[in-house]
Design a protein around this ligand. Structure first.
Ligand code: GLA
Length: 462
């Protein structure tokens, strides 16, 4: 596997291209339901209008004397780099993955790409795609007789917590699936993208991001319930349309400008501590549950508020410092689901006040119980609320109706906050944060970036 700098894919002669595909894969925000997907809980993301354009060209035979049959070139315009590898290299690693199984979490080494994370994402998609096809007894991938080129162009900001990595994996897997005649269904494609994160990058993420960028529908939030996922890999999707009173609202993304390098290990630690809490709780209560999300729906937790849940959890787990910490983490994972249910209702009934309250409560829980927020995310929420209230009043609008939120979105430790704003104040609000005298920059010294986005459809290809 090699990385070439600043190389654009060569323009193919049209008569020799046997397939040409264009796709768009959006990023996502999550309105509410954070760190619940891998805990058998609920989430409510939406795809956004920023994303990755990909163009695929498959040639029936090597283009010139410099290329070989089965050669793959993936060009990233943003990075000015082209990744090159051969389909035999992929086949070899796919064989070793098949010996152990696809769904494990053990890392897969990719020679030559130890220092190239975006390359590992891409090669990981090729390897798991090929392994899955072989596992199902399907014919091997069609480009091995010719060459394959994919060029990628992204409007998604990096390190903003908007799932640029899920968008990258779905772009590649979506293209491979299409060019191979659509052998895999959407749920399998999404799961492969998740296993790429687990095995080629080392983040033990859940399935929210991949499903959001793949399956979202225009103007709808995607409420997903993962309670059955740990049992049989199934999940339930409900598309939620905002009430007409909220249809004049847009998504406002506030990129804090910090992306903490510890994020992946902290993320994995949170997941591990929830898994340990589940084992301890099952032991203490003598009940069978496959996740904290499932446990939250059973006695003695069903119907309890946050404070009571925390009291019960501390009583069961809090014999030492580690146990107290796990009780707090579990409390977030279990109580966040009730907020998602409340948010679905508030969104469909046009209840801006309740929705804003639930988003703020979610942020507080992520900050104080789950401990995945940071100073910058907290300042961002505060600053944007203050400025929005001023702007709304200046426009003669009720701030509670014109501005809904705000909360951190995605894994945390930096990234972005999410809020819904009425169209009439969106641009003004963005302008207020362009100058360094804004309250966020005054506090942190960082000039934030704000994006107004529409709730958008997921992956499209043609
Ligand atoms: C990241 C992960 C998701 C999810 C969120 C937190 O985005 O990729 O699976 O766990 O964090 O809600």
């Amino acid at each position: 596997m090699r990385i070439l700098q600043h190389i654009e894919p060569s323009a193919p002669e049209p008569r020799r291209a046997i397939c040409c595909l264009h796709s768009f894969t959006p990023g996502r925000v999550n309105l509410i339901g954070e760190h619940t997907d891998y805990n058998g809980g609920m989430v409510m993301p939406a795809a956004i209008s920023l994303g990755i354009r990909a163009e695929l060209i498959m040639m029936e035979e090597p283009e010139d004397e410099f290329s070989q049959a089965g050669e793959v070139r993936i060009a990233s315009r943003a990075r000015g780099e082209t990744l090159c590898f051969g389909s035999e290299e992929i086949a070899e690693i796919a064989s070793s993955v098949l010996l152990t199984g696809i769904e494990l979490s053990t890392p897969v080494e990719v020679p030559g790409l130890e220092e190239c994370q975006w390359g590992r994402y891409i090669v990981g998609c090729f390897i798991l795609f090929e392994a899955t096809l072989r596992l199902r007894g399907m014919d091997r991938t069609p480009w091995r007789r010719g060459t394959l080129e994919i060029s990628l162009d992204s409007t998604l900001p990096q390190g903003a917590g908007l799932s640029s990595s899920a968008a990258l994996c779905i772009s590649i897997l979506g293209q491979l699936n299409k060019v191979s005649g659509d052998p895999l269904d959407a749920s399998t494609v999404a799961r492969l993208a998740m296993y790429v994160e687990h095995r080629f990058v080392g983040t033990a993420c859940g399935l929210m991001d991949q499903l959001a960028v793949l399956c979202s529908q225009a103007n709808h939030f995607t409420c997903i319930d993962f309670v059955r996922f740990p049992i049989n890999r199934e999940f339930e999707v409900q598309y939620v349309l905002a009430h007409e009173a909220l249809q004049q609202h847009q998504l406002l993304i506030f990129k804090t400008g910090v992306s903490h390098s510890l994020a992946e290990s902290e993320y994995n630690e949170r997941r591990a501590s929830c898994e340990r809490a589940l084992v301890d709780l099952k032991g203490a209560l003598g009940v069978e549950a496959h996740s904290l999300g499932e446990l939250a729906r059973c006695t003695p937790f069903r119907g309890l508020g946050e404070m009571e849940t925390l009291r019960v959890l501390e009583g069961l787990l809090g014999e030492n410092e580690g146990g107290v910490m796990r009780a707090r983490r579990a409390c977030h994972a279990m109580c966040e689901n009730g907020r998602v249910v409340g948010a679905v209702q508030a969104l469909s009934q046009g209840d801006a006040r309740t929705l804003g309250g639930l988003m703020r409560a979610s942020h507080r829980s992520l900050d104080s119980l789950y401990e995945v927020s940071c100073d910058e995310l907290n300042y961002a929420c505060k600053a944007v609320e203050e400025v929005a209230a001023r702007v709304a009043l200046g426009c003669g609008l009720n701030p509670e109706q014109a501005f809904i939120g705000s909360r951190m979105t995605g894994g945390g430790f930096g990234g972005s906050t999410i809020q819904l704003v009425h169209r009439s104040i969106g641009d003004k609000l963005v302008d207020c944060f362009c100058s360094p005298s804004n309250p966020y920059t005054a506090e942190t010294g960082i000039l934030p970036e704000l994006f107004l986005c529409e709730v958008s459809p997921g992956f499209s290809i043609g």
